[in-house]
Design a protein around this ligand. Structure first.
Ligand code: SF4
Length: 74
């Protein structure tokens, strides 16, 4: 499943990395959400590919994001 984060709209609420810490993390420099390194596509921090076993928690994180900036695409 493809995942992207429109990071410019992130409010650093922490919901995504609390909900799915194996996939999302907080960027230490700008405090916004980013994708964990092992799941990034072409090394881009806002684009990733979620493995099957993480797809449920990634979808939960996307649903719970208060500003709805996490997109998923099968
Ligand atoms: S849930 Fe949304 S607003 Fe909150 S940290 Fe994650 S991407 Fe940012």
């Amino acid at each position: 499943m493809k995942v992207s984060i429109d990071r410019i709209g992130c409010i650093s609420c922490g919901s995504c990395w609390d909900t799915c810490p194996d996939f999302f993390e907080q960027n230490p420099d700008d405090s916004f959400s980013q994708i964990n390194e092992e799941f990034r596509v072409r090394g881009i921090i806002a684009e990733g590919e979620a493995p099957q076993d993480l797809s449920d928690c990634v979808i939960d994180a996307a649903d719970l994001c208060p500003v709805q900036i996490i997109r998923t695409e099968i």
